[in-house]
Design a protein around this ligand. Structure first.
Ligand code: IPE
Ligand code: IPE
Ligand code: MG
Length: 257
């Protein structure tokens, strides 16, 4: 991974004001990439690591401040044990190997997901990485592990109920209720997802950031995750920069879409 270059968003021709503040990616297609080459699925997952590195590089180059990667879903626990073990080992390995470089590059690492289902060793590594990189500001790299959008909403609802066990909530003001609720989400304090990317050809959310993608622009590509690279990420960001986001309003004068 290279250090920050002078090739900023404006140098790449993208108006900095039109950059996404939060990009979330469903990294899908590792198994199909491997199968097409008569290789075990695990090799596809290993190969996907390259694409993760390329994507981080591109996010830094384009000045995207927050990148959330879906590494393992709450539904992925239904996969064969051998594949789960391989994915967890790969995750541990990648974290151990990449941490120094990420830290040197000013990357702040955070993790979201249900940690109660993860191995103590994995949790320990994640906590260590979070602590060590807590003050980094170049890019926030957020990895979703054992994550499900519905799990996130439910645990936020539980927290809300617990916080208000003795002081009933005023439900009449939707804005303050939303604010109170969002405090419990694993993404509390973060901007909502602006750009949602899914590789691998499927057009579904697969229980990723459900609440947070309420107004995301959705970008689906047939490219399998192991073949996703810096150019593909930049293409998605360029596409996003050209969107006319109305958020329910009418288009402003001069907008053509
Ligand atoms: C995505 O690739 C990686 C994870 C879900 C962990 P897949 O393993 O889902 O690959 P396909 O969809 O079978 O090709
Ligand atoms: C979504 O991919 C989860 C991750 C990429 C981590 P899946 O391959 O698990 O999704 P489905 O099963 O096709 O919906
Ligand atoms: Mg898949």
């Amino acid at each position: 991974m290279q250090a920050r270059s002078n090739d900023t968003a404006s140098a790449s021709g993208i108006d900095p004001a039109r950059l996404p503040r939060h990009v979330a990616i469903v990294m899908d297609g590792n198994g199909r990439w491997a199968r097409a080459r008569h290789l075990p699925r695990t090799v596809g997952h290993q190969r996907g690591r390259r694409s993760v590195r390329a994507t981080i590089r591109a996010a830094m180059r384009l000045d995207v401040p927050l990148l959330t990667l879906f590494a393992f879903s709450s539904e992925n626990w239904k996969r064969p044990t051998a594949e789960i073990d391989a994915l967890m080992n790969l995750f541990i390995n990648a974290l151990e190997k990449e941490l120094d470089e990420l830290d040197d590059n000013g990357v702040r690492l955070t993790f979201i997901g249900d940690r109660s289902r993860l191995d103590a060793r994995v949790c320990e590594l994640m906590a260590k990485a979070e602590q060590r990189t807590a003050d980094n500001r170049r890019l926030q790299l957020q990895i979703a592990v054992s994550y499900g959008g519905q799990w996130d909403i439910l645990q936020a609802a539980r927290q809300l109920a617990e916080r208000h066990a003795e002081s009933p909530l005023t439900l009449s003001d939707p804005d303050s209720l939303r604010h109170e609720f969002e405090r419990g989400l694993s993404t509390a304090g973060q901007p909502p997802v602006d750009l949602f990317i899914r590789t691998g050809g499927e057009r579904r959310l697969s229980n990723f950031l459900l609440w947070q993608t309420a107004y995301a622009e959705l970008y689906f590509t047939d490219v399998l995750w192991p073949l996703f690279d810096e150019g593909e990420f930049e293409a998605a960001v360029r596409w996003f920069a050209g969107r006319n986001r109305r958020f329910g309003r009418v288009a402003t004068q001069g907008d053509d879409s």
